[in-house]
Design a protein around this ligand. Structure first.
Ligand code: ZN
Length: 191
């Protein structure tokens, strides 16, 4: 398992609900936290590791030794949004690219945790923003899609660079062609 980069097709995939919480899923979650800490991130969605599952992990401390702050969201839904606030975001699938994104100031999210308990939690501040960003990933939406027109223009060149690098790696055979990746994603969808 590794983090995939823009424009990997998994980042544009609408992920499917998880049918069962089992040891395999626990192993996926553990590996996702490890990759997230390694990359110094505060959130990571299954799409970002090439898995078409409605799952993301969050730890706003970004520290592996603060495991008590680890949050796992399985089949999450944002059921309430209130207010609006703009702040800077980045993404582990778009390294070193940042932009101002407008998000709801307060949300209520419903999800299952790894023990299968149903959670319903109100969130604000950084964790509220991270959850909105990660939830977008599950629908194939990236923070760059939510930039203002001028913000979009500012990152255009960088996105082109990411694209060129990705296509180069595909040409070199280091990454499979898009069609093959899409077939793999389809095969990995929960039944
Ligand atoms: Zn992201």
């Amino acid at each position: 398992m590794n983090i995939v980069y823009y424009p990997h097709p998994a980042l544009r995939w609408k992920s499917k609900p998880i049918a069962e919480i089992n040891p395999e899923l626990r192993e996926i979650v553990r590996k996702m936290f490890d990759l997230m800490y390694e990359a110094r991130g505060v959130g990571l969605a299954a799409n970002q590791v090439g898995l078409p599952l409605r799952l993301f992990v969050v730890n706003v401390s970004a520290e592996s030794d603060e495991a008590d702050q680890e949050l796992v969201f399985i089949n999450p839904e944002i059921i309430h949004r209130k207010g609006s606030v703009e702040s800077e975001e980045g993404c582990l699938s778009l390294p070193e690219l940042y932009g101002q994104v407008r998000r709801a100031e307060e949300i209520v999210v419903e999800a299952f945790d790894l023990e299968g308990r149903e959670l319903r939690i109100p969130l604000t501040e950084l964790v509220g923003r991270v959850v909105q960003h990660e939830h977008d990933h599950l629908d194939g939406v990236l923070f760059t899609d939510r930039l203002s027109d001028s913000g979009q223009r500012e990152v255009e060149g960088r996105l082109d660079d990411f694209e060129a690098q990705f296509r180069r790696q595909q040409a070199e055979g280091k990454i499979p062609p898009d069609d093959e990746i899409k077939r793999q994603l389809k095969a990995l969808e929960p039944q």
